[in-house]
Design a protein around this ligand. Structure first.
Ligand code: SF4
Ligand code: SF4
Length: 382
């Protein structure tokens, strides 16, 4: 395996024509990006039943399946664990996934997002037995699950099902490597112990790693003016021996170009660079109000329909650029057009589903306080 073969096209955040409408995928731009990606010899696409409200699979069918021979690309898709209501649903969803994609087998089939509550659901509805059968029947070449929880749960799952799966997809990046909630390193070590390949999601932690303060950006420039901030994060993941795939979400052509360059001219991360990244991780954490990766999994669970990640995004951006008052205006606009953060009832339903283990109601309260203090409404002036 070469480092080049580790570059996967993550299809959870594709280019959109309307940033508020996840179904509005910019197919023309996506097709162009796919052509460049394939032309350069990359070939792995990661999607799920849920991405872009089901439109990610369809966009892949149009951009890849209908335009390239089947053996020239690989597709990973994921069964929506949270939507399972019976054992038969496993089959119902996979049939629909194959139809949306226009293919008759998956290169990789995952159970999507194993965490404490959804592990119970997957067990209740025999999802592990189901994916095993899919592999035996040739409908899936490799099988596994994506994982968002503590290492203690991963240990339990691997002890029970480690023998039948090939891959675990982990959230792994230099910010979360030693994080006590995400526990990337511990989870990685467990997969190594069980002889299971690691595929990486969120190498940039949903953009958190690249949307940082000017001060941190300057430090990266000073350290190496020729490499992008994203390239360090991606090389950190891909340099790990048991990481076989790094999924890069790309919503712009420039993201694709930067990532192609990183993998075409791959350099294993050095000890000096690793040390620098550990220092930057500490600084980044100091600047971060909430470690939200904007994955959106909490949205399905909130009965009040609060746009939780959008509030956390504003909170983080404003913490990095406190001199700009524009964010207060966005905050008011968001509350007006959608649902105010103040509407949180502290029911706690969302907490177990947060991939980053954030105490969402407590942080929403902080968001409210932050944007209400020190500003006069509408003008955004202190
Ligand atoms: S605690 Fe607040 S944000 Fe979470 S589900 Fe309940 S109302 Fe929604
Ligand atoms: S609060 Fe948690 S679940 Fe919701 S978008 Fe952020 S990281 Fe994802």
């Amino acid at each position: 395996m070469t480092y080049k073969s580790k570059f996967g096209f993550g299809c959870m955040r594709l280019p959109q024509t309307d940033k508020n409408d996840p179904t509005s995928i910019n197919q023309e731009l996506f097709n162009q990006m796919v052509d460049i990606y394939m032309e350069k010899g990359f070939n792995y696409f990661d999607t799920s039943y849920a991405y872009h409200n089901g439109m990610s699979e369809i966009a892949i069918r149009k951009a890849v399946v209908e335009r390239y021979p089947r053996e020239s690309f690989k597709i990973c898709d994921k069964i929506p664990t949270w939507a399972l209501t019976s054992k038969d649903d496993n089959e119902k969803f996979t049939k629909e996934m194959l139809e949306r994609l226009g293919i008759d087998y998956f290169d990789v089939l995952f159970i999507h997002n194993i965490n404490t509550p959804w592990f119970k659901l997957a067990e209740k509805h025999d999802s592990f037995e189901f994916i095993k059968k899919m592999k035996e029947d040739g409908i899936a070449r490799k099988i596994g699950f994506s994982f968002h929880d503590h290492a203690s749960l991963l240990e339990k799952v691997l002890e029970k099902y480690g023998d039948l799966i090939d891959i675990v997809q982990l959230e792994l990046n230099y910010l979360d490597w030693e994080d006590t909630s995400i526990q990337s390193r511990k989870c990685y070590d467990l997969c190594v112990k069980h002889g299971i390949d690691v595929y990486v999601m969120e190498p940039l932690k949903g953009g958190v790693i690249v949307n940082q303060s000017d001060e941190i950006n300057q430090e990266f420039k000073k350290f190496n003016p020729d490499k992008s901030v994203a390239s360090f994060a991606i090389r950190f993941c891909a340099s790990l021996e048991h990481v076989k795939m790094v999924l890069c979400g790309m919503s712009k052509m420039s993201d694709l170009e930067d990532n192609c360059n990183t993998f075409e001219n791959f350099e294993v991360i050095s000890d000096e660079e690793n040390e620098f990244l550990s220092e930057m991780a500490l600084k980044l954490k100091e600047n971060l109000a909430v470690p939200c990766s904007e994955c959106g999994y909490c949205l399905k669970e909130c009965p009040e329909e609060i746009p939780i990640p959008e509030y956390f995004h504003l909170y983080n951006t404003h913490k990095n650029q406190p001199e700009s008052n524009i964010y207060r205006l966005y905050y008011d606009k968001l509350a007006l057009e959608k649902v105010p953060a103040e509407n949180c009832t502290f029911c706690g339903t969302c907490i177990d589903f947060c991939t980053q283990k954030i105490d969402i109601p407590e942080e929403l309260e902080n968001v409210c306080e932050h944007f209400q203090e020190g500003f006069s409404p509408f003008t955004g002036s202190p």
